[in-house]
Design a protein around this ligand. Sequence first.
Ligand code: GCB
Ligand code: CA
Length: 830
Amino acid sequence: MKITIKYKNLHLLILFIGILFNAMAQQHNRVKQSINEDWKYFRDTIEQAHSEDFNDSSWQTITLPHTWNKLDAIDEVKGYDRKVCWYRKTVYISKENAKKHSYLFFEGVNQIADVYVNGQYVGRHQGGYTQFNFEITSVIKYNQKNIIALKVDNRHNADIPPLSADFTFWGGIYRDVYLVHTYDLHFDNSHYASSGVYITTPDVSKEKATIKIRSSITNEAATKNKVNICYTINNNFGEPIFTTNKKIAIDKQASEQIVSDDIEIKAPNLWSPQNPYLYTVSTQIKDIETGEIWDEVIQPLGLRWFEFKAEEGFFINGEHLKLIGTNRHQDYLKMGNALPDEMHIRDVKLVKEMGGNFLRISHYPQDPTVLEMCDKLGILTSIEIPIVDKITESQAFTDNCIHMAKEMVYQNFNHPSVIIWAYMNEVLLRPPFKQDEQRHAVYVKNVTALAQQIEDTIRKADPSRYTMIPNHGAFDRYNDAKLTQIPMVVGWNLYQGWYGGEFPDFDKYLDKHKAELPTKPMIVTEYGADVHSRLHSFEPERFDYTVEYGNRYHEHYLKAIMERPFVAGATIWNLADFYSAGRGNARPTVNCKGIVGLDRELKDNYLLYKALLHQNPVVELAQKEWKIRGGIGAETSNQCTQAVYVYSNTNKVELFLNGQSMGVQAVKDYKAAWSVPFVNGENILEAVSMVDGKTYSDKNIIDFRMTPDNLKSKTLPFTEVNILLGSKRYFEDKLLDLVWIPEQAYHQGSWGYIGGSSYRSKTKYGSFPCADMDIKGTDTDPVFQSQRVGLTAFKMDVPDGRYTLSLLWAELVSDREHEKLAYNLGDEKI
Ligand code: GCB
Ligand code: CA
């Protein structure tokens, strides 16, 4: 059956869902309803905000998800609000819930939430990335309004990870909130806010699968109860293929762990990235006499087995699979981390459409929708708790880490997409006490001890998956601290050719792992280069933030990864650009290592991976987002020849410019290249490949703004030129509809600089072609971040006339390191 929904039918749909929901509620007796609408919010701490009769009418009305840092963490003022804010909401709870148990369920609040209902304290949750719930039955008023109040605190807290990291710690109730009602007999949702049902598949083969279901059941009634626990396995059409029962008696006010008998499925339809076949398991608590269902939990079930082998990599269902994909943060352009579910879904789809099969959910557990989508689309995952950069040597910190590890494992236990539980990202990146050798050694020992404790906790909670610690590229440091030995898989975050070194150093590092840790499976958990998708260069250089440098980086890394079978997998840092409030770079407050932008615009590297990973023919023009190009027209031809690339998995590609063939090129390492003589104005590029008699093509229309070398040219009259002094970069300003081109030295009859040298910034990572700082008062930072130092003159041999000359620069070197101002001298008529 195919259902097409038009807008005018929307009310019908809502009605339909309403009927369905009611029917389900009557049958299943557990109700979970979102309460995202109509919250009140106050951006500060305030006395008595928890109390029932507090007047919040002057507070802002908001809808969840919500973060208070959406704008202040991306503005030009240093820092962002890490503080206490308040939320309040009124909910009406009807009398029919009086016999039930009611809970408030939160998908995530960053980072401490103190919850009150009707003025009464119901509990605290620490940690911004895991789910939690509180029972509120005893404080509810029925057939009346109930006041929920939350004090939310995202201040730095030495006992709660993460302590420091390269991403913004957005504060707020930034995920969905639900009200849940259950009957006296229900699955135990208080066990780390999990479903209370844990499914394992101890034995899976092509012939049969064994399934075991462990559930935790609570009887809150005043009497002992006899019930039937009913297990049903449904196929992916929702049709039951297996049902069994277990009769049990539970004491009043008690909880019991029930384990099903082994359930066997013959010739299972195996789950894999190619075939993400999802069964579901319904576990019901049924009244032994009336058959009435007291509670039901439905969980996904994927039947698969997998293994990491140190030399050969990863295997699923007995078949080798190179794990390739990305990391992911949970934010979006100008929205912070407060995203609707659809936007999480969109990101998982982006990985799938690229051809990826693996997602490292970094550096913290994310919205439940992410794993649901990974199950459905066939994306394998690694999830981790947010210990990043460093630890605090306190019992409270340890306790919080252990608690988070348990929350992570139990809350996500049944997702077939999860293969790895991870923890401790680059924990020896900035180890303290460096000056005091002995104290430093104690710190490292404490890190090792904490790692071992978390490892033991995770292995005990879930022996069926792998564990992993992702380290940065300081091999010996991690090896000496045993962080390469404690987990089952080692992750390496490697940036050779970005933060330091050269591309081939990456290859050497991989080979070092194989030589020194030959029995330890390994994943390249991070690699990437910052790319501002409006910056281009034909002479790319480290830290110029150009698309072309990023392309070189990934082209090299990808080859090295694919050539080495012992590299089980690799996840690009990062799927999308993401906010990191402390960063300057080419886009202040943003880490630009995404292969798509903050707005999910595809960058070139996404296309490279697409060509590599897809089985079907792929032909993609690179530099696709570069719509306004610029360059200098040769005097005789008025053409400007520039390189054009195509990413493809076909053998050869033909390129056309305005309908004229530029020749056929062989594809090598998924890339083909041409020199294309662009003309002033519109240039239609078309790349075409023939595979098995079928044509595959891609098109891009480029508006080329030609600058004459001779400004007095009659055939190419000069109208405008925007020059980036001291730079080899091209910068496309889509808002102002103009393109900046690199400088050139002056020669007779033309234009250019006389004297001086290109500014180089000195950073801890080396000398770079541009500044690495936030330029205040502008959004086009790259225009200001390069300059020519010691310039004698800038000369332009223009025809007589009136011109507008704008000089733009920033003070890049100053004592006031963080107060760089953009100076725009305004327009001078000359
Ligand atoms: C890393 C970190 C990650 C950073 C990344 C970078 O190694 O794990 O959190 O964002 O490097 O871009 O520097
Ligand atoms: Ca959600």
